[in-house]
Design a protein around this ligand. Structure first.
Ligand SMILES: C[S@@+](CC[C@H](N)C(=O)[O-])C[C@H]1O[C@@H](n2cnc3c(N)ncnc32)[C@H](O)[C@@H]1O
Length: 215
């Protein structure tokens, strides 16, 4: 009985927060647009995490995303930049790979989705392989979201090549840190998490912050 009252109370509090906190209200408003974009996130928890995290960053922050696909995660991040000078730089070949899901080029579809959400001012797409983009990247990064190639070597390389640009206290998030994706899982466990503190997860998305002074 006591447990039932407790869980009812928790539900009521959760609902009250969902209706009164500005972040939750905004998320409910943008959700139909986000949910109309094809993508590969664990919904709606990860969309919510990306939006809330981008929104919490200081004005002027740079967000780098590796792996835009059709813009589902990109738009979550960009909605968190709306009305500010924060920007999302999103890297993808946008080319497709002749197999399965990514069988044909998808840049036009990606950009149509960004336009439809009214987010073009907040998104800079960068066409190319992440390893090539890393060679000329020169801006500080406040949030790095890695969701490109899921091969172990590529995830490690994406992390190691962009991490030097992440500011102290900046956030690094990696998607698909889960048994069904051995590449990101191994990269996270063997390399990435050892460079971060305050680590946590949102379903299959693992995150942490760059320490102020290197461990
Ligand atoms: C899992 S999908 C990204 C899903 C996306 N974040 C979403 O919300 O739906 C991975 C993307 O990474 C891109 N990609 C794969 N390897 C890449 C590489 N080496 N450089 C740049 N993009 C890459 C693919 O073209 C694909 O669009």
């Amino acid at each position: 009985m006591k447990q039932k009252v407790k869980s009812t109370l928790q539900r009521v509090i959760k609902t009250a927060i969902a209706y009164t906190s500005p972040v939750e209200r905004e998320f409910r408003l943008i959700w139909p647009n986000i949910n109309s974009i094809e993508g590969l996130l664990v919904s709606p928890a990860q969309e919510h995490w990306l939006f809330k995290t981008a929104r919490s960053l200081p004005d002027g922050s740079n967000i780098v995303e590796i792996g835009s696909f059709k813009g589902r995660s990109t738009c979550c991040l960009a909605y968190g930049c709306k009305g500010t000078k924060k920007r999302v730089f999103t890297i993808d070949t946008f080319e497709g790979n002749n197999v399965d899901f990514f069988h044909k080029a998808f840049f036009d579809e990606f950009w149509d989705n960004v336009k439809r959400c009214g987010l073009t001012n907040y998104v800079t797409p960068i066409k190319g392989l992440s390893s090539e983009v890393a060679r000329f990247w020169d801006k500080p990064i406040h949030l790095l979201f890695i969701d490109g190639s899921h091969e172990y070597e590529d995830v490690v390389s994406d992390f190691l090549s962009f991490f030097p640009h992440v500011v102290a206290g900046g956030i690094v998030a990696v998607h698909d840190v889960v048994n069904t994706w051995p590449g990101p899982l191994k990269a996270w466990n063997e390399v990435i998490k050892h460079h971060l503190e305050n680590t946590g997860s949102c379903t299959t998305l693992a995150y942490g912050t760059k320490p102020k002074a290197r461990k």
